[in-house]
Design a protein around this ligand. Structure first.
Ligand code: CO
Length: 257
């Protein structure tokens, strides 16, 4: 076996069809390191357990690193596909730390958004995929959390503002700004319709239910109740070439470091 490996680590998804966005990113990473054995891992234990029950097992980072060490791999590049260096990334770093002695080199790439160039690249990609339309605002649903890395979402909002893209709002499901903050902004604007889109690698459970679902507390329902006409995009940003290129640029930086 080749003694060099690339381990692409994603949060994971159990939504059928949504996995394509992870696979798309993985294919790009894999093509950027053709000399390395490729492995996939997911950081979400809940998703790994669910997929195993359904007959589609995906390794956890621990399992993948254990397997690579056992197979005689000496040099591992770990590239996360997480958008921010939040809790899942911290968890991945802690896990990898425990395997450091098992390899001669174990390097971890940065998540997709870790600096101003990344923010601008993501903002440009969003503007290319969701260009402005008369009377319509674009509300992005980021994940968000209580982690300090949540600051990336308001920073991304600033990137849009600096580009003059005032039709774009960045909200989060579990962090700040919250949906209610965005709704206040939309009410103050002159918009009559809102396009909703996930700012997540994968259009999984949050995008399909919390954003675009028919339940009364979904973002779509709450916007409709507020008098907006709503259209929902349900494509994970992992499907976009620009986002794959961002992942590859982080991978290259780690490989050359
Ligand atoms: Co979540």
């Amino acid at each position: 076996m080749n003694d060099k490996a690339l381990l692409a680590v994603s949060f994971g998804t159990s939504v059928p069809g949504a996995e394509a966005a992870i696979a798309n990113m993985e294919n790009a990473l894999r093509a950027a390191c053709p000399d390395r054995v490729f492995r996939r891992a997911y950081t979400s234990r809940i998703i790994c357990r669910k997929l195993a029950r359904e007959g589609w097992p995906v390794l956890s980072p621990e399992e993948a690193l254990e397997e690579l060490a056992a197979a005689g791999v000496r040099d591992v590049l770990v590239q996360p596909t997480h958008l921010t260096p939040g809790d899942e990334y911290d968890k991945l770093c802690r896990i990898a730390e425990g395997y450091r002695g098992r390899f001669s080199a174990l390097r971890i790439g940065a998540p997709l958004i870790t600096g101003p160039e990344d923010l601008n690249a993501v903002a440009d990609a969003v503007l290319a995929h969701y260009p402005p339309q008369a009377g319509r605002a674009l509300l992005l649903m980021g994940h968000g959390s209580g982690h300090i890395a949540n600051m990336i979402y308001p920073a991304l909002q600033t990137a849009f503002r600096l580009k003059g893209a005032d039709y774009v709002l960045v909200g989060t499901v579990e962090g700040w700004p919250a949906f209610s903050d965005c709704l206040d902004q939309l009410r103050q604007g002159a918009w009559n319709s809102v396009e909703l889109a996930p700012l997540m690698l994968v259009a999984g459970d949050h995008a399909l239910n919390d954003m675009a679902g028919d339940e009364p507390d979904s973002w779509k329902s709450r916007l409709e109740n507020a008098g907006f006409s709503v259209c929902c995009r349900t494509e994970g940003v992992g499907m976009w070439d620009e986002i794959c290129a961002l992942g590859c640029s982080h991978l290259r930086r780690t490989e050359e470091a």
